[in-house]
Ligand binder design. Structure first.
Ligand code: SF4
Length: 217
């Protein structure tokens, strides 16, 4: 079932037409819409030789979804443009977030274990859907590295596990939960080291910490 009604699900072998007009529309009016995942922030921080906390502060805004789960969204100018949209170009083309790389497609978990993914196509900005035909699976594969797949598999699977744990933690501990999730998912990462081993270690620590909070209640 497609859990995202604003998107149309595509099978990997299905095609769609898309023509980038370099109009920059996709990078304008994006206030609080461009998700910056842990791996995205890590790459951007490394690109600018910044610590994770500094990169988060300079380039993102925090929001929460569901029961206190923090997410980071790309900062926008007062007009709503992405802060990296300069002279009609993306200033971080080499390290732009997965959301931007996959556009107009997106991916989500298809099953409980996040072993399979569904491919989704946004219904926004229909004027782009002209020109050359692309195969959905090829579009995704050409914009995702092995590290991206390892990350989203770990992320989706563990977030589901954490979701179940969070339901057993009293609401008065929301601030502690938020702090631990931000620390483990975004901030306790050294950009001089590889991302995945640190991320897997942090998520295991987060799971243990949250389990402990259910016992303290
Ligand atoms: S990061 Fe780059 S591609 Fe993504 S919205 Fe900003 S300017 Fe556009």
């Amino acid at each position: 079932m497609n859990p995202f009604p604003q998107f149309e699900e595509l099978k990997a072998n299905e095609t769609f037409r898309f023509r980038c007009r370099s109009c920059g529309v996709c990078c304008r009016n994006v206030k609080m819409t461009v998700m910056v995942e842990s791996l995205d922030l890590f790459r951007i921080a490394r690109h600018y030789n910044l610590e994770m906390t500094e990169a988060a502060e300079r380039f993102t805004e925090a929001a929460t979804v569901g029961w206190g789960a923090p997410i980071l969204l790309m900062k926008a100018t007062p007009e709503g443009n992405c802060i990296f949209h300069k002279s009609s170009r993306c200033e971080i083309q080499a390290v732009k977030p997965r959301t931007c790389r996959l556009y107009p497609l997106s991916m989500g978990p298809d099953d409980e274990d996040a072993k399979n993914f569904i491919i989704l196509k946004t219904s926004e900005r229909q004027f782009h859907y002209t020109g050359k035909e692309h195969i959905a699976g090829e579009w995704v594969a050409s914009n995702m590295s092995g590290e991206d797949y390892a990350y989203i598999t770990t992320e989706y699977r563990l977030l589901r596990e954490l979701g179940r744990i969070l339901k057993r933690i009293p609401r008065e501990k929301e601030a502690d939960v938020l702090k631990q999730m931000l620390l483990c998912r975004f901030f306790m990462l050294e950009t001089s080291e590889s991302f995945m081993p640190q991320y897997v270690r942090n998520m295991a620590r987060l799971k243990l910490t949250l389990e402990q909070m259910t016992k303290e209640s």
